[in-house]
Design a protein around this ligand. Structure first.
Ligand SMILES: Cc1ncc(COP(=O)(O)O)c(C=O)c1O
Length: 446
């Protein structure tokens, strides 16, 4: 007999409090579970499944690459898929980003970028530069280095004593401005906070500033105000601090441009990618770095003490090449740019009047809807009310999957993220918005 709290099987699952459904099939924008329940995947997990589930082109690329050349050690060999993917990324990435280091997960890409930035300073004869600055209410990954940069308190709490020192500044989150200001009267106070932090730490000790170009899951697609990134870039340049943009969540066409940085005319020193890079079929991430920094590292000690058994993986890169080919052939970045405003408009038309919808924001196919107890004061619901989870569960029961975002206001705060695959049909997108409206009526009757 299974007790109420016992979980059958031998897996240490991601959810310890409830039993997960068993997924048996995933095609296009749909997932099917073992009970025959079909779900419209309107977030692609955490915005991963950009080209839709189960693409034969990706399957064939992976299959063929395994038969052709499955694994070679990345210190011993390169291979065509790795070289091709790097060359394609050099064509698509922000100006000057021409070298790419491949890993398996976003967290590893972040670790790599933090260490690479340090390596650039070492090569320039600035060994005193080691400090990292990032932002509160950010997510950069689960490994201890990436977690130290992460500013999502609930994720950090248990491990805080183990985390390397990282300084955090407040994010550009206009709906809940940490400085109590309103754009444009704020004069980008949140960007100037970086300069203050650099000065406080000692400019000669700071290595890099790491931030998501558009905030992801933690504050549900909060978009930075105009001028934010230009100001940040100026500050970084003034103090010789490298700018690492984390585009693991918002990159790869998600915002209607290949890289979200393009919206803001900002060119980073390093950029991280993951998630949609392989469309979810296989683990793949990357760090892009300016050619001039790469040249410095090469002309310095000539080594970057880093690696990983599965770095520069031939099969994962073959999947990445297939995903990019699909996006280009089907002009999916243009599609996201065209339909993104429509999705935002539909969310606004359907939901903006609801008394518990506080804010709707986003770009491309990355939108957040934040729920509040009181629209006037923006007071959040207490976490114990589990508003996000209740809305999510209703949607799940109705056959629609969105992505949860909680802890936007201290430990309180609720939102859902809508991040459909780029191929989702327009009527399915409308259906998702209608389902969210129905969920609001269900959770807040009357
Ligand atoms: C912005 C951002 N960076 C890094 C990561 C870490 O990626 P992964 O979960 O693949 O390690 C995530 C994951 O959600 C992310 O959203």
């Amino acid at each position: 007999m299974q007790g109420q709290h016992e979980l059958p099987g031998f897996v240490f699952p991601r959810q310890l409090s409830s039993r997960l459904a068993t997924a048996v099939a995933a095609r296009d924008c749909w997932i099917e579970d073992a009970d025959g329940h079909r779900l419209l995947d309107a977030s692609g997990g955490p915005l991963v499944v950009n080209v839709g589930h189960g693409r034969p082109e990706v399957a064939r690329a992976v299959h063929d690459q395994i038969l052709q050349c499955d694994y070679v050690h990345p210190t011993m060999f390169t291979g065509a898929p790795v070289e091709t993917l790097a060359a394609t990324l050099a064509r698509l990435a922000p100006e000057g980003i021409e070298r790419f280091y491949f890993m398996s997960s976003g967290s590893e890409a972040i670790e790599t970028a933090i260490k690479m930035a340090r390596q650039v300073h070492l090569a320039q004869g600035a060994p005193q530069r080691f400090r990292l600055i990032s932002r509160w209410k950010s997510y950069h990954g689960l490994t201890l280095g990436a977690l130290s940069a992460t500013g999502r308190t609930a994720f950090r709490q248990a491990f805080t004593p183990m985390l390397p020192e990282t300084a955090h500044i407040d994010p550009p989150y206009c709906y809940r401005c940490a400085f109590g200001k309103t754009y444009p009267d704020c004069r980008l106070r949140c960007a100037d906070a970086l300069e203050e932090m650099i000065q406080n730490l000692g400019p000669e000790t700071v290595s890099a500033f790491l931030a998501e170009t558009v905030s992801g899951a933690t504050i549900a697609a909060a978009v930075p105000p105009p001028g934010y990134w230009r100001r940040i870039r100026e500050i970084c340049d003034r103090y010789g601090v490298l700018l690492i943009l984390d585009e693991v969540f918002c990159g790869f066409g998600r915002t209607g441009r290949w890289f979200a940085a393009e919206h803001y005319d900002v060119v980073p020193d390093l950029v991280t990618m993951g998630k949609g890079l392989s469309g979810g079929a296989i683990g793949l991430s990357a760090v892009g770095i300016q050619q001039r920094h790469f040249d410095r590292i090469r002309s310095g000690p000539g080594v970057f003490m880093h690696g990983g058994t599965f770095s520069h993986h031939q099969v994962a890169c073959a999947a990445g090449n297939a995903v990019i080919a699909i996006i280009e052939q089907e002009q999916l970045v243009d599609r996201v740019a065209r339909l993104g405003p429509q999705l935002g408009g539909c969310l606004t038309d359907q939901l903006a009047d609801h008394p518990h919808v506080g804010d709707i924001r986003g770009v491309g196919f990355m939108w957040g809807v934040e729920f509040v107890q009181d629209r006037e004061t923006r007071r959040p619901f207490p976490r114990q009310e589990r508003i996000t989870e209740r809305l999510w569960q209703y949607l799940y029961d109705q056959g629609v999957l969105l992505y949860k975002s909680t802890g936007l206001a201290g430990t309180d705060g609720d939102a859902l993220v809508i991040g459909p695959p780029f191929v989702m049909a327009e009527n399915d997108i409308e259906r998702v918005v209608s389902a969210l409206k129905a969920a609001l009526h269900h959770v807040f009757p009357g």
